[in-house]
Write a protein that binds this ligand. Sequence first.
Ligand code: S3P
Length: 169
Amino acid sequence: MIGFMGTGKSSICRRVAHRLGMQHIDVDDEIVRESGMSITEIFDTHGETHFRQLESTFIKTGHPDFGCIVSCGGGLVTQEGMATLLKSKGILFCLHASVETILKRTSGNTKRPLLQVEDPQARIREMLEERQPYYSQAQASVLTDHRGIPEIVEHVIRGYRELVRLRSD
Ligand code: S3P
């Protein structure tokens, strides 16, 4: 699962995995656990490039090849070749939300170093535009604005099953 910060990837994936009887793996959580540092500490101490390397290594080697739902940090898919790699491992899903919704969902949370700026709204707009070509490589996407978690979960499960069916035809 890919998508911008604040689109609900972790909460949705946790529920989807539970419903499908699969394991949920959150890439950020795994990186924090393995490094013993918070995301902010990693960015502050080693920089964003190092964080991207940790994300990339985790996707290449850190999780089982099947039976899991992986929620990726919002910038993971922006690395060269990453969307193709993710699609080779499973089904690539994307959650979307408007700038306003993302701002509402992320404001007050200090755990996202890239949004700790004077004008987070402008930053979100700018980053969303830059990242759109990557997010649009997903095989299915769900718009999360004005939708509750249960409804989004249903859409994801339906889309997932449909794609699995098409793949096995
Ligand atoms: C980032 C998104 C964050 C986290 C880090 C960088 C990004 O994850 O990986 O702060 O570049 O969009 P979430 O999308 O889960 O907030």
